[in-house]
Design a protein around this ligand. Structure first.
Ligand code: SF4
Length: 281
């Protein structure tokens, strides 16, 4: 399942990432629980959704201005619909698995390509959840069923959080938080890109601001489809001082655009999949 680490990823986590984190811990001022002091304290009284702070597809950041000031709604394209369907399928499949319902069927979609992708990710997620559950069940014969489910599938999915302490919207949903290993996950449909680490950084800061526990490890899960072949790759990383500072810079730059209501203008090299193309171009 997209949130279970394989053997190599687990070795990398325990023998490389965690020791590096212990040697070079996050500075105290960049922990989310210090949201009330600089540099984390929001500079402007503006609340932004996480995707607008972290998205990097509009070079001039006009997407922020259009969404928050002009209140323009972009046009949903195939990539957006596929992404929504995959996120929904993963979270629903995990919820079914936690109820012990390993043979349920995925939601249907009108588009054949989306239907096929959803079916693949659904079957994969349920199969790995079932395997983890049965393995734990056989090792912990005196444990209650609740205990086995909670430890073999230790994922809070689509967990809702209030991001307002850090200048984010009142409700932020993190794709997954593994409460046994203390890892925050974000799923992307498409190839991995280092800029995606901004999302896990933002979620980690919000978890820290609310629960006051350190969250040092993030993981971007990239899911891609080529016909009936699905590929899942992961970018397991340290949510270090550089990433945290970068997230704060992005938040403040974008909040400034909204606060001053300044249109940054069209970008020179717009993304081909931008949802605002029909408005800007
Ligand atoms: S069309 Fe271009 S300028 Fe407009 S929001 Fe999209 S990327 Fe930015």
């Amino acid at each position: 399942m997209v949130y279970f680490l394989n053997e190599i990823e687990h070795k990398y986590l325990t023998l490389n990432l965690r020791p590096r984190i212990r040697q070079n811990p996050v500075p105290e001022e960049l922990r989310g629980w210090n949201w009330h002091t600089p540099p984390l304290k929001p500079y402007y009284d503006v609340k932004l959704p996480m995707y607008l702070i972290c998205s990097q597809y509009c070079p001039s950041m006009r997407d922020v201005y259009l969404t928050m000031v002009e209140r323009v709604r972009g046009e949903e394209n195939f990539s957006i619909s596929l992404g929504k369907a995959i996120h929904n399928a993963i979270s629903q499949a995990i919820k079914e698995a936690k109820k012990g319902s390993f043979n349920s069927t995925p939601p249907a979609h009108e588009n054949d390509a989306i239907n096929s992708a959803v079916r693949q990710v659904w079957d994969y997620t349920l199969a790995l959840c079932r395997s983890a559950y049965l393995k734990m069940r056989s090792e912990q014969i005196y444990a209650s069923d609740d205990d086995v489910v909670l430890t073999s599938i230790p994922f809070l999915v689509e967990h809702r959080m209030d991001g307002s302490l850090l200048g984010c919207s009142g409700i932020i949903a993190v794709d997954c938080y593994d409460y046994m290993r203390n890892i925050v996950f974000d799923v992307k449909v498409g190839d991995l890109n280092p800029k995606m680490r901004l999302y896990t950084t933002g979620y980690a800061l919000i978890l820290e601001s609310i629960y006051e526990i350190p969250v040092d490890v993030g993981c971007i899960v990239s899911v891609t489809f080529n016909g009936n072949k699905m590929s899942v790759t992961k970018d397991l990383h340290y949510i270090d001082a550089n990433l945290r500072s970068w997230w704060v810079e992005e938040r403040d730059k974008k909040a400034e655009i909204v606060f001053n209501e300044t249109d940054p203008g069209k970008a020179d090299n717009c993304s081909r999949t931008c949802i605002f193309r029909s408005y800007c171009l």
